[in-house]
Ligand binder design. Sequence first.
Ligand code: MN
Length: 222
Amino acid sequence: MFTVPTPTVAIAGSTDRFPVRRIFCVGQNYADHIREMGGDPDRQPPFFFSKPADAVVDSGAELPFPPQTQDLHHEVELVIALHGGGSDIAAADAVAHIFGHGVGIDLTRRDLQAAAKAAGRPWDMAKGFDASAPVGPLTRGAPPAAAAIALTVDGETRQSGNIDMMIWSVAEIIATLSRLVTLAPGDLVFTGTPAGVGPIRPGQTVSGSIAGTAPISVRFRA
Ligand code: MN
């Protein structure tokens, strides 16, 4: 009838590409970001939401500015790519399911998210729009326990933290998520963002980095 292409993510140092099955995201996994959003990290545990698999975008892409927003925000995040899976995975076994890791930007239509929150409605149209999940080339293997994570807009630093500040560790994220859904090869997990989220304007270039892995950079058309 017709073919539907499988979305893929680049792999550092290889012409192979990682096929994407699903994209899960952790919300509110850094205490400083919870505070900047008006929350209390002692009272609000992290949680999950999703983006469509075809929201992935390669580093170097030039993107149309997303429609229906006056407040597009950047959230730089460690992304985990799974080549294993299953349900009820023990945290101690989680690393064996990791293919690799990279840098992602959880693009967010913050105005639509605020309206959804106020109305008690789903976040899908705030988080899961076209090209809302830029991901840089994956580095094989599990991420280090600690590494600097940062984001710049037109060269100006907006976010700067360390992945060791995550409330749920990568192992805890995989274990917790696997109790909610059966994880499978091709699943990506965005693990949450540190403080400093903020607006992107048309024409700007947004670049994310994690020490030790390939960076991500995308430009929005004016
Ligand atoms: Mn996020």
